[in-house]
Design a protein around this ligand. Structure first.
Ligand code: HQG
Length: 183
């Protein structure tokens, strides 16, 4: 029996649950869930070394990741954030903490200064609860990420909507430059 590379499994699950479910013969329900059995069927077909993948493997994938990306419950699974599908998944609105952070590349700062933070290819802007997490997010695209401070509570008081992703990640609608501090 071949051992499973859980990172690689997670990347494919993210692709299926956030971006391209149809490519895997999957359809997300209104809240982004798919039946675990259907995801397993798709994964088994996707890669030879995954032909015996089981629900338990999804549990290990989730437990061994440094980020909480998925929710697995009642025989269904969904991604907690990161979606790019055109049909926006309804998220429960919530009051954010005073300050949230956004790590990004210096190259896009002029655009963010001009237009604020936009969801770009995803459904929501993604924000981090602490500087270290934001730096790590920005570090995915550049060796010298910059961290922006977002006055989230104030923005929410001015009608910008915020939603909880997981314990580290908040989601938001577009954030105007007035609520962003460029450190
Ligand atoms: C930038 C990962 C130009 C924004 C991470 C970012 C996160 C603008 C990029 C999650 C802009 C979008 C999401 C504007 C924003 N003009 N550029 N007006 N506004 N941007 O990947 O936040 O590992 O869609 O700064 O950890 O980097 O996949 O968003 O650089 O939690 O689970 O446009 O994905 O999680 O990039 O990352 P992304 P993100 P996972």
């Amino acid at each position: 029996e071949k051992s499973i590379d859980y990172r690689s499994l997670s990347r494919t699950v993210a692709h299926a649950l956030r971006h391209q479910p149809a490519l895997y013969g999957l359809q997300l329900d209104e809240e982004g869930w798919v039946p675990v059995a259907e995801l397993l069927r798709a994964l088994r077909q996707h890669r030879a070394s995954w032909r015996d993948v089981r629900e338990e493997d999804l549990e290990i994938m989730i437990a061994s990741a440094e980020k909480q990306r998925y929710e697995l419950r009642d025989g269904k699974i969904r991604a907690l954030y990161g979606h790019s599908l055109p049909r926006r998944l309804p998220k429960q609105e919530a009051i954010p903490p005073e300050i949230l952070y956004h790590g990004t590349s210096p190259a896009v700062l002029p655009a963010i200064q001009r237009e604020g933070l936009k969801p770009m290819r995803r459904q929501y802007v993604h924000l981090s609860v602490d500087i270290a997490t934001a730096r790590q997010v920005g570090g995915r695209r550049t060796p010298q990420p910059v961290v922006l401070e977002v006055r989230a509570r104030e923005a929410s008081e001015h009608g910008i909507r915020f939603y909880r992703g997981n314990d580290q990640v908040w989601l938001a609608d577009a954030i105007p430059p007035a609520f962003i501090r460029f450190l």
